[in-house]
Design a protein around this ligand. Structure first.
Ligand code: 5AD
Ligand code: FES
Length: 355
């Protein structure tokens, strides 16, 4: 059934936090009422989070990856990627300088790098936990067995980011080699949740072959998972991948989906991503105005930053941590919000399953 988008549909989404598939499809397919949609998303975020924007210090500690995702610049088959790894000491130094800049959450991200065995990850997490007992430690290191996730948790990690990338199995198969499975990825997310992590899921907008129906499936999957964090950014071309000839995702559609996400998941921590800042010079600011409430400045040593290139022309690769921190603070303020430096936990309704 084809539905015409109307203001009524958007108002109902804001009120009820959900729409039937046909109306969601109409909303995804039309920018006619984006102004209203963004205003309502901003109101919804302000109800729960006021004008606060949480900062997360991102440490990209290795760009080795055993996987070969077709979209990603650090995929195994990219022979022109210069690979690097940070030592535990270097990671600790990044975190210490971040702590000095006010960060109270560290995100350790890498490719799926077998060098970092569970023991090594636990050692790093435990050292960070001991040095910064007042901070949240977030891992973003890919698909692992449940027991590994449990070991990291026991070592002191409390959050985990693992975008589901696409909830549709057919589409998943177009973005990943056959060695990767959508079921395993979803299994990981449910395992992480069960262990007690705050969990982040999410997807890219405009990956090759993505349909509006796929995006509806992404929302339905997230309604099942109820993730604490939801990362959504545009697909960005990388010249050394099988998707080199494919166009970037759409900026307006990404903003629209971020706003829909805020209205469906009022409690969620939603970053204005680096990819959003790359596709448009004011992308992150506009993301904040459409419902985002997190930014993730880079804390990695500058000499490695360009090497962690998931896509072409990634921003923030030349700045020192302190510059990136103050740049983002100014951007957040210019958009009408305020950076806060506490741990920034999710704010779910007591007793409600995530509304
Ligand atoms: N464009 C945009 N985002 C990308 N990611 C990986 N490659 C790209 C790309 N080419 C995203 C994936 C991954 C996250 C760390 O970065 O969604 O989960
Ligand atoms: Fe990193 Fe502006 S946000 S330099």
């Amino acid at each position: 059934m084809n539905v015409n988008l109307s203001e009524k549909i958007i108002l109902r989404l804001a009120e009820e936090g959900d729409l039937p598939d046909s109306e969601l499809l109409a909303l995804i397919g039309s920018g006619e009422f984006d102004g209203l949609l963004f205003r309502l998303a901003d109101l919804k975020r302000r109800e729960r989070y006021g004008d606060e924007v949480f900062v997360r210090g991102l440490i990209e500690f290795s760009n080795y990856c055993r996987n070969d995702c077709y979209y990603c610049g650090i995929r195994r088959s990219n022979g022109s990627a210069e690979r690097y790894r940070l030592t535990k000491e270097e990671i600790m130094e990044c975190a210490a300088s971040g702590y000095g800049l006010g960060y109270r959450t560290f995100v350790l991200q890498s490719g799926e790098d077998p060098y970092y065995t569970d023991d090594r990850i636990c050692e790093i997490v435990a050292a960070l936990r001991a040095a910064h007992p007042d901070c949240a430690i977030t891992l973003s290191i890919g698909e692992k067995p449940k027991e590994s996730y449990r070991a990291y948790f026991e070592a002191g990690a409390n959050r985990y980011l693992l975008r589901h990338e696409t909830a549709d199995s057919g589409h998943y198969g177009k973005l990943h080699p056959a060695s990767m499975s959508p079921d395993n990825r979803k299994r990981c997310l449910f395992d992480l949740k069960e262990i007690g992590y705050q969990v982040g899921a999410g997807f890219m907008v405009g990956t090759p072959g993505q349909t509006a129906e796929n995006l509806v499936s992404d929302f339905r999957f997230m309604q099942e998972l109820r993730p604490d964090m939801i990362g959504i950014g545009p697909f960005m071309t990388h010249s050394q991948t099988p998707f080199a000839g494919c166009p970037n995702g759409s900026f307006p559609l990404t903003l629209r989906l971020l706003a829909v996400t805020r209205l469906m998941f009022p409690y969620a921590l939603i970053p204005a991503t680096t990819a959003l800042g790359t596709i448009h010079p004011l992308g992150r600011e506009q993301g904040l105005k459409a419902g985002c409430n997190v930014v993730m400045p880079n804390l990695s040593p500058v000499r490695f930053r360009k090497k962690y290139e998931l896509y072409d022309n990634k921003i923030c690769t030349g700045e020192e941590s302190a510059e990136c921190r103050s740049c983002l603070e100014a951007r957040v303020a210019a958009a009408g919000y305020r950076v806060v430096t506490d741990v920034g936990d999710v704010r779910r309704d007591p007793g409600a399953a995530g509304r």
